[in-house]
Ligand binder design. Structure first.
Ligand code: ADE
Length: 257
């Protein structure tokens, strides 16, 4: 899968992309991340990428020309028709606090595309014509405001990349993730079996995979019930799960906070 990142701060990206799982995925050709500096698509002496807002007010606004030129020349698209027509089905995603809020199902949706473009906003905002005539989707990573879209772009790349075949060492690695099944993930333990007097649950050492699966499902339901009860409304629960949830509801006082 190919990620085309458009930013005014390309230097932000290498340190994270050259580490751990994403580094390995890039070396193995499973993902390609091309970072494009929007400033390279300016033509004036000062390489201007922002200007004061029409109508006054504070802050600076990202100019449309370099952003259009950068994305059109890299993506090979021409988007300036009126009315705008989608010229390709490659998503051109603006990272902005005004976008739809990123979650696992959006990561899954994006992982089905062979190529996506990510536009990182900076300054106070971007010229609205970029949003109207160039961008095809807007994503926020949460209801708070950062200084730019670079960290959100890295978060999106990370969440999408780890869903792609062979990126994680364990081929089932992403299946049990928190959120992947609509529930928070069950707790994990590793050696030693006892640490400072705290024992790993007996069942995990039993070798009985039927029992282990059942315990993990119960734990996932219990955690979700305790920490994110809202998720239970939309999780695909079996009859057995629903019984467990009913039981949790009636024993709410006995649960560990
Ligand atoms: N840029 C600034 N804040 C952001 C957020 N919360 N999500 C995505 N992009 C942003």
């Amino acid at each position: 899968m190919q990620f085309e990142v458009f930013t005014l701060l390309p230097e932000v990206f290498p340190s994270y992309l050259e580490t751990s799982i994403l580094k390995r995925a890039r070396e193995r050709g499973l993902i390609h991340v091309n970072v494009h500096n929007i400033r390279d698509y300016t033509h004036d002496k000062h390489h201007t990428t922002d200007d004061t807002p029409y109508g006054g007010g504070g802050g600076m606004v990202m100019k449309p020309e370099p952003v259009f030129e950068a994305i059109e020349s890299v993506m090979g698209t021409k988007t300036q028709q009126t009315p705008p027509e989608p010229v390709s089905n490659i998503p051109i995603i603006l990272l902005t606090p005004q976008g739809r809020v990123f979650k696992q199902s959006i990561a899954q949706e994006l992982s089905a595309h062979p190529r996506i473009a990510l536009l990182c906003g900076r300054y106070e905002g971007i010229d609205e014509r970029i949003r109207e005539h160039l961008v095809t989707d807007e994503i926020s990573i949460g209801d708070y405001v950062l200084t730019g879209g670079e960290l959100p772009a890295l978060i999106l790349i990370d969440a999408v990349a780890r869903l792609l075949p062979d990126v994680l060492g364990d081929p089932t690695g992403a299946e049990d993730d928190s959120h992947a099944m609509g529930l928070l993930e069950y707790p994990h333990y590793t050696r030693p079996p006892e640490f400072r007097g705290w024992k790993a649950p007996e069942v995990l050492l039993s070798g009985d995979h039927g029992k282990i699966d059942k315990w993990r499902r119960q734990q996932a339901l219990e955690r979700t019930f305790r920490k994110r009860p809202d998720m239970l409304e939309t999780a695909g629960l079996t009859k057995e799960d629903k019984k467990i949830v009913e039981h949790l509801k009636s024993n709410v006082k006995n649960l560990r906070p």
